[in-house]
Design a protein around this ligand. Sequence first.
Ligand SMILES: C/C=C/C(=O)SCCNC(=O)CCNC(=O)[C@H](O)C(C)(C)COP(=O)(O)OP(=O)(O)OC[C@H]1O[C@@H](n2cnc3c(N)ncnc32)[C@H](O)[C@@H]1OP(=O)(O)O
Length: 238
Amino acid sequence: MAAAFKEVADQLVLDQGLRALVITGEGRAFSAGGDFGFIEDRIHGDVEDNFRVLSGFYTTFLALRKLPVPTLAAINGPAVGGGMGLAMAAVMRIASSTAKLSFNFVKLGLTPGMASTCVLPAATSHQVACRLLLTGDLITAQEALELGLVLQVAEPDKLLGAAQQLAGRIAAASPSAVATTLRMLRGRLPWEQLEAAALEEARLQATFFKRPDCREGVDSVKSKRPARFGPIERPATT
Ligand SMILES: C/C=C/C(=O)SCCNC(=O)CCNC(=O)[C@H](O)C(C)(C)COP(=O)(O)OP(=O)(O)OC[C@H]1O[C@@H](n2cnc3c(N)ncnc32)[C@H](O)[C@@H]1OP(=O)(O)O
């Protein structure tokens, strides 16, 4: 899916008529993040291989931030882990009133990915980033609105329309003024900084997959039971 996503993003870069992009999930979720099967592969994988796969995975989705037009995420259902990271790669987010959002990495015994430690404080506040990344709390769309994580909450049947309306208002503005404004807004969090954060996070996460806490975290999330994590292990370094 990441490869297909990158292919579409690469084609869209060439589309001179594109003014704004709306992304949403198919089915009832926006994205549940890393598939359990993919996570199992990382648990059994070699650290270097994990790093290669994770860095490719995360930088692919962050490619949304390289598109010359604003991307809006219409969060139609659960957005968790890397799925929430994907929503954060958009410049604005509108959530369905039924959506649930979480950066649940720590609940899986993992450190964050998708440059979340860099993107989330910049998009919200340091306090909000600390709360969401250190607890892995699953929050409602309404709470996400109060925390400034999403711009708007819409009823499920109005979600796509609300996102398309916002995209339409962007499309009606001067394309070159929008493009330059977007470039300046993005410049406050330069791509080099984002990429460095994504790579540092991928490097750390690659090692955390190999720890017993990850096995326990995944089992507990899958079976919806409280986790029994071990004591602090020797701090990992990048
Ligand atoms: C490198 C990448 C790192 C990451 O992205 S880390 C994050 C990985 N993702 C997760 O840990 C998400 C775990 N899932 C959940 O927390 C919950 O689920 C949700 C909040 C997404 C949705 O909750 P609810 O609406 O109550 O649905 P439900 O009954 O828990 O799940 C519906 C079906 O979806 C399957 N499912 C959920 N998440 C995943 C996943 N990540 N990979 C594969 N399957 C998943 C379940 O097992 C179940 O399936 P069935 O209907 O057959 O029982």
